[in-house]
Design a protein around this ligand. Sequence first.
Ligand SMILES: *Cc1c(COP(=O)(O)O)cnc(C)c1O
Length: 430
Amino acid sequence: MNTVILDKSYALQADAADPLRTFRQEFFFPTREEKPYLYFCGNSLGLQPKNTVKFVIQELEDWQKMGVEGHFHGKNPWFYYHHFLHPAYTSLLGAREKEIVMMNTLTVNLHLMMATFYRPTAQRYKILIEGQAFPSDQYALDSQALLRGFDPAQAIVEIFPRTGEYILRTEDIIAQIDDLGPSLALVMMGGVNYYTGQFFNLPEITRAAHRCGAIAGFDLAHAAGNIPLKLHEWQVDFAVWCTYKYLNSGPGGVGGCFIHQYHGDNTHLPRMAGWWGHDEKERFKMERHFNAQSGAQGWQISNAQILPMAAHWAAMEGFNRAGMPALRNKSVKLTAYLEDCIHKINKTLRRTEIEIITPADPESRGCQLSIRAIHHGRSLHKYLTEQLVIADWREPDVIRVAPVPLYNSFEDVYQLASLILDYFQQETQH
Ligand SMILES: *Cc1c(COP(=O)(O)O)cnc(C)c1O
């Protein structure tokens, strides 16, 4: 019956017609007793591409054979290694190459950006963030306020959805920004909220922030590689992201920063400096005074983390071959199919067992759906895990499911939906 209710034939046809269908074979799927999992956790840790090993071994071998000479004479000289990573981001984020730098990790980069872009005064010191933001971002903002001598309870303003709603309305965000006016120093929000999966209206938020003289920065952990962005055109001031979620670069993978050219060209902007941010041509002269390189790379501190960067480069090679427009095109359909299956499950059961808290408008979400199984959250998640599904549980009652267009299929979604329907039908019989 499930095959009819959930339209399995649609899933099979969609897979057959999917121009990206072969990319799935380029990834390792985790297994239990040799059976592959249905993997829906690419929003948390993307799968390992099969070419990662090759890229990492290349650098290990150059290190074996050349030692320090690898900096300039390796196949991919380490001195310039980060440069190899930046071109991929021009289309992914809608940025100029000089606006991108890969370095460190996400929360570290957020602190570095705030060192430059959050310089509060007695009048202008507030930071606006969405309520229920990722904890690391909340801790970073609180600690930055404290470091500058402000009480986080005064300085950090969180905006929550209206009572009874899960999703922030853009008009409410804009009204809040206008309201804070001259006291607002910085808007720092997620691009996509990790919990609800809501994609915020970055251009409108940026415009509103600028209108009242504030900076607009975004944490793109859940947006980079999920939704096409136009950071340069939108005049976003800065952004940070990680590469181990949708960008498949491995646990603890290298992080990224975008700094708009408008700021990047200003080599006198104060920053946390280190030798890798020094003008590249003069870096090894080891001179006394810091002379920032122009562009985002002037915010580098330490020499590049070659091994995580090798894993990142490997992942971006596959990602670019697929291309963000094609990925997004598939992603919209894949998530719509999951959404449709959930509506059909509720309809079949003649009651709403599952509520979707992610926006229904594809323009306001990426691939992730956050679902609430109203009375059965924990036990449904447990059942799915027993049935070889990897999806993510968030307290108090949300299951986050991310069908990733690069390696998930429509049939994966069908299988998942079919297991959910099985679960409720078994429940009903007891
Ligand atoms: C995943 C994620 C993080 C994780 O931070 P790390 O510094 O990479 O450990 C931080 N913020 C958001 C919004 C995230 O989604």
